[in-house]
Design a binder for this molecule. Sequence first.
Ligand code: SAH
Ligand code: SF4
Ligand code: F3S
Length: 444
Amino acid sequence: MADPKKLYIKTYGCQMNVYDSERMAEALGGAGYVETKTPDDADMILLNTCHIREKAAEKIYSELGRMRPFKEAKPDLKIGVAGCVAQAEGEEIMRRQPLVDLVVGPQSYHRLPEMEAKTQEGLKALDTEFPAEDKFDTLRHRAKAKRAPTAFLTVQEGCDKFCAFCVVPYTRGAEVSRPPSRIIEEARELVARGVREITLLGQNVNAYHGAGEGGDWSLARLIWALNDVDGLERIRFTTSHPNDMTDDLIEAHGTCEKLMPYLHLPVQSGSDKILKRMNRSHTAESYLRVIERIRAARPDIVLSGDFIVGFPEETEEDFQATLDLVNEVKYGYAYSFKYSTRPGTPAAERPLVDEDEATERLYRLQAVITDHQRAIQDAMIGRTVKVLFEKPGRDAGQMVGKSEYLHAVHVTDSDLLPGQIAEVKIIGSGRNSLSGQLLRSCSL
Ligand code: SAH
Ligand code: SF4
Ligand code: F3S
């Protein structure tokens, strides 16, 4: 038998892309590829791109330029562009960079094997359509067993909210939810492969509304159904919109045993003026009320969020309102970005805040966020948490896993195995992780 061909995937952007890269590797596994960790010996290089950063497309063109020596050394090498830049730029990529053999949008990954076959005939392959069929099914049947205790499961894609700064509704298309029966079936398959924690994924995951038994299913109903899957120990979901935190979902945070006490709920800004201009359709006050209700349902929940600073027309006063909100919520973790223009979005037409001013605000915001993050981590010292161990740590005999609150926890104990859930007493708090001592194994 011929040696398998080697596939190198470089992933940029959000969890959607991380998940998609795994699915692409599985799909191409069916076409005889195995994954490799370096581009040097690859037969195919795929860039799974993100469009969210400033000049994202330009950076991909320069990255592609750097691939030239690989192609010169191995003329049979295939180079592909996937993800959100592929979706946004389409054919333009092949026009600007003749090295590229294949351009595939997020809705077409199940077609990769046919597309790859086309490239083997020396042709170019392009597919950036938004088809109606369920691409997940086709991909799943090609799936090869990969043992890991945690997995992502996409339940919803796309977004209809059109925040003024965001490219997702254009690159990922309209909101589409998968049927609950398929999600539950896939969750069972994942559990059979050793998965103990599933993170339900969607750009707007809590807008989930899958058609199933008894009509429309909400995300909460789906979570309750997954709560009944034997062997599945933990459920998480991301990313949520504040306006879609429905009563049943908030209640599930208080009562659903497998739903973990961590919630990523982006607010973007604390200023109502800016939120309005962002077309976010919530106010700082309505966001804080949602948080209050979630905390009433689950007092120990750890919250995280996303922020954009320097959005067009953001004044120092608007920025102060963001700091006030952060100080009120006290996030356990938060991502903050300096606003950057996405061509084609409504905000792209508006005057920019001074670059240095925006940079300075970003640092100030990050300093406040870090203070809260530290305080919340430090408060874990002395507490007992349950850790799902995922992989060996950097030091000998060390294992790393996640607590219920999504804190990374290091434990040194040579008997621990990936996939094990154990009670751990937290003894230290570092920059981005905690350390702990094993109390006893609660399930193997
Ligand atoms: N659906 C999610 C997140 C989508 S994108 C939500 O509604 O919040 C992830 C994050 O990237 C956003 O929350 C936002 O903070 C950031 N982001 C998106 N577009 C941006 C832009 N043009 N400039 C800076 N940050 C941006
Ligand atoms: Fe983008 Fe999220 Fe707004 Fe949708 S809700 S447009 S994905 S930021
Ligand atoms: Fe980026 Fe696309 Fe995700 S633009 S953040 S990879 S949906």
